[in-house]
Ligand binder design. Structure first.
Ligand SMILES: NCc1[nH]cc(CCC(=O)O)c1CC(=O)O
Length: 338
């Protein structure tokens, strides 16, 4: 097989994730080359929520895939829109890292030890809403930037703490800076957090056969359930929504998913948490059922700001339960943007 070109963003996290997959492919005897792709999310420093919604990071990379400039890309699944990309296939979802959010605080402090009024940085409405719901009187500050920049705000004293995904820190070898792994009872992660998605062109059957071996069925089932909640609520990646599915083995040997979700308001005035359980082969339906429960109990209110502004619409759609190889359907750039 010819050289496998892996497209990656320039950030430390993106190149590390792509590099780890490159290493695994090389260990199987393949030639691999990393190709850097610049995305709008990398060049525009505006808050992501203001930058045209879902898929800021994914769009440019997917265009490079469809154009044949690269053969494979490694997405952070939580940054990937739920709408399927015509002509592309998620060939593998490898075993997930710890999906939890973590606190990096000054002086080794935990959430409970932070003083009232402590400045906590996050650019995520989901994290902001769940921090606010704790009722600790924290002063939540909007921040953006890569992992190094965000941790830097604590190190240089600008902030008392920041909240980050544990998976990002562990992939960068920086777990020593974590001062608390936040219990999902307090903070549910983003759908797909800690998982990677390996995407290829749908007609690249040879590469599919190589990459599909990296797929982990339990992780795929879990993130399918989580992303179904996101899609059914038409929430988009910047909504104050958290979801976590955990797969466990029952006494009879069958595999069960336990799925929890949160929707809230960033000011903490709305906080709704519900859960469902069921067999792994019903992952997507469980997500739909949980979304229906949340809607029944007023989830729509969470996505409307207190001044009554309607939420940003986002396209629906769920990740396929199993990857399929389908021929490319030519699509316009406008359709791919969705
Ligand atoms: N939105 C940025 C982003 N995308 C994926 C990760 C971390 C790794 C992961 O969740 O897979 C991060 C950093 C963070 O949220 O702290």
């Amino acid at each position: 097989m010819s050289t496998i070109r892996i497209g990656t963003r320039r950030s430390a996290l993106a190149t590390t994730q792509a590099g780890q997959i490159a290493d695994r492919l090389r260990a199987l005897g393949h030639d691999v080359e990393l190709v850097e792709i610049v995305t709008e999310g990398d060049t525009n420093r505006a808050p992501l929520a203001q930058m045209g919604g879902t898929g800021v990071f994914a769009t440019a990379i997917r265009e490079a895939l469809l154009a044949g400039r690269i053969d494979l890309t490694v997405h952070s699944l939580k940054d990937l829109p739920t709408a399927p990309a015509p002509g592309l296939t998620i060939a593998a979802i490898p075993p997930r890292e710890d999906p939890r959010d973590v606190l990096v605080a000054r002086d080794g402090l935990t959430l409970g030890e932070l003083p009232e009024g402590a400045k906590v940085g996050t650019g995520s409405p989901r994290r902001e809403a769940q921090l606010a719901a704790l009722g600790l009187g924290l002063d939540i500050r909007p921040i953006r930037g890569n992992v190094d920049t965000r941790v830097g705000y604590v190190r240089d004293g600008a902030l008392d703490a920041v909240v980050l995904a544990k998976a990002g820190l562990s992939r960068l070898g920086r777990t020593a800076e974590i001062t608390e792994a936040i219990d999902p009872v307090q903070m549910l992660p983003a759908p797909g957090q800690g998982a990677l998605a390996l995407e290829i062109r749908s007609d690249d059957a040879a590469l599919y056969d190589v990459v599909a071996a990296f797929d982990d069925a339990d992780t795929r089932a879990a993130v399918t359930a989580e992303r179904a909640v996101l899609a059914a609520l038409e929430a988009g990646c910047s909504a104050p929504l958290g979801a976590l599915a955990e797969v466990s083995e029952e006494l009879d040997g069958s595999l069960e998913i336990s799925l929890r979700a949160f929707v809230g308001r960033t000011d903490g005035t709305f906080d709704l948490r519900r859960s469902v359980t069921g067999p792994v082969d019903r992952a997507a339906q469980l997500g739909d059922e949980l979304a229906a429960l949340l809607l029944e109990d007023g989830a729509r209110d969470a996505f409307e700001s207190p001044n009554g502004d309607p939420p940003d619409p986002a396209p629906g759609g769920v990740l396929p339960a199993t990857a399929t190889v389908t021929p490319i359907h030519p699509t316009s750039a406008a359709e791919r943007e969705q």
